[in-house]
Ligand binder design. Structure first.
Ligand SMILES: NC(=O)c1ccc[n+]([C@@H]2O[C@H](COP(=O)([O-])OP(=O)(O)OC[C@H]3O[C@@H](n4cnc5c(N)ncnc54)[C@H](O)[C@@H]3O)[C@@H](O)[C@H]2O)c1
Length: 349
């Protein structure tokens, strides 16, 4: 039902002067494809930009799979209605490999490309020249400064952070990041658009990690420092925070879930910029796990092991009904885990 109400909300008028209808999303990876999906679900015309047609196709497949999932929840067994919903949302998304032409009529550009300041600068410089004056620019960066990203454009009054959370269609929060030059009109337009795509918006200054990651990343690091000192075992730290603080996951398992490449690169970036802040010091054991490509759940091992039978039985085997299929799936999964570990995984960007 949630997604249905998203559609309805999208067509209600907003009170701010800058109404967003055409959205260009740059980067069709994990975050960009989710942002494109919720924008299209909410009635926006979306242009999704990737570096090549193969990656565009991959993003499209992922969006269609997710849209079908949403539609099945709403329409149950009504296959015609499911198909109609998916087709309609899909028809609002077009792909492009040319960022400059893709922004020619955009009301809003949301950038979700690699986490690299130089690459983002190059992109925004080109977009600033190509986009009309009305276009608002936003970055979905997790750890870079919005002000630094915006430093290369002439439209700083129309620039801000729109920080979504993974998975975008599921997570309710949107952090709207202000920079001093941002106009009130831009801010109101971000806010209205965030609400129209079904998110609960919070606002903050351009501070490292914004709200969530500024609190979460040092907390995870502090838990890891605690186990590095031998103060308590990972299991006891996790149990303590679940039962003593009511958290759904403990910090060590959460760090495994987020991925050690992600948290380590965030901490390294902050530490370089703010060397005197003890909360931003990267953890030695995490660096070692990254070196060994033990990135957490996604590679089958981090502080805990996820590539064993016990993990499979608890988390992966639930949907498999017969024994033959169970064996086949388990073998496939073990193979996938092994392949992932052997692959030279790039650091999260
Ligand atoms: N993954 C998360 O949990 C998460 C959460 C919030 C924010 N973010 C931020 O979102 C951004 C994207 O992260 P992601 O996890 O989706 O990364 P990703 O690697 O899954 O996707 C990035 C995509 O951008 C594409 N790309 C790179 N350069 C491009 C260019 N010049 N033009 C068009 N496409 C380009 C790549 O081909 C890739 O498909 C980063 O800034 C990241 O910090 C990530």
């Amino acid at each position: 039902m949630a997604s249905f109400s998203l559609v309805k909300r999208a067509f209600s008028s907003t009170s701010c002067r800058h109404t967003i209808k055409n959205v260009t999303v740059i980067g069709g990876g994990l975050m960009g494809s989710g942002i494109a999906q919720i924008a299209a679900q909410s009635g926006n015309q979306v242009t999704l930009v990737e570096v090549n047609p193969e990656l565009l196709k991959k993003a499209e497949t992922s969006i269609v799979t997710n849209l079908s999932r949403v539609a099945k929840k709403v329409y149950k067994d009504d296959t015609a209605a499911i198909q109609k919903y998916v087709e309609e949302a899909k028809s609002r998304i077009q792909g492009s490999t040319n960022p400059s032409t893709a922004v020619s009529d955009a009301d809003l550009v949301v950038e979700a490309i690699v986490e690299n300041l130089e690459v983002k600068h190059k992109l925004f410089k080109a977009l600033d020249e190509a986009a009309p004056a009305k276009t608002l620019f936003a970055s979905n960066t997790s750890s870079l400064s919005i002000g630094e990203i915006a430093s290369v454009v002439n439209r700083k009054d129309r620039f801000g952070g729109l920080h979504f959370f993974n998975p975008v269609p599921v997570m309710k929060l949107l952090e709207i990041v202000k920079i001093p030059e941002q106009s009130e009109e831009t801010y109101q337009a971000f806010l209205a658009w965030g609400k129209s795509v079904g998110k609960t918006c919070v606002t903050c200054k351009d501070t490292p990690g914004f709200i969530v990651n500024r609190l979460l990343v040092p907390y995870l690091a502090e838990a890891i420092r605690m186990l590095e000192r031998g103060d308590a075992s990972p299991r006891d730290i996790d149990t303590a925070m679940k039962l003593g603080a009511g958290h759904p996951m403990g910090p060590v398992e959460l760090a495994d879930y987020v991925g050690h490449d992600t948290t380590n690169s965030i901490l390294e970036g902050w530490h370089k910029k703010y060397p005197d802040n003890p909360l931003f010091v990267p953890c030695d054991s995490t660096k070692e796990l990254v070196r060994q490509k033990k990135l957490g759940v996604k590679t089958g091992e981090g502080y805990y092991k996820y590539n064993n039978l016990k993990y499979w039985l608890e988390n992966k085997s639930k949907t498999v009904s017969n024994k033959e299929e169970w064996r086949r799936q388990y073998k496939l999964w073990k193979f996938k885990m092994k392949k992932q570990r052997n692959k030279d995984l790039p650091l999260f960007t």
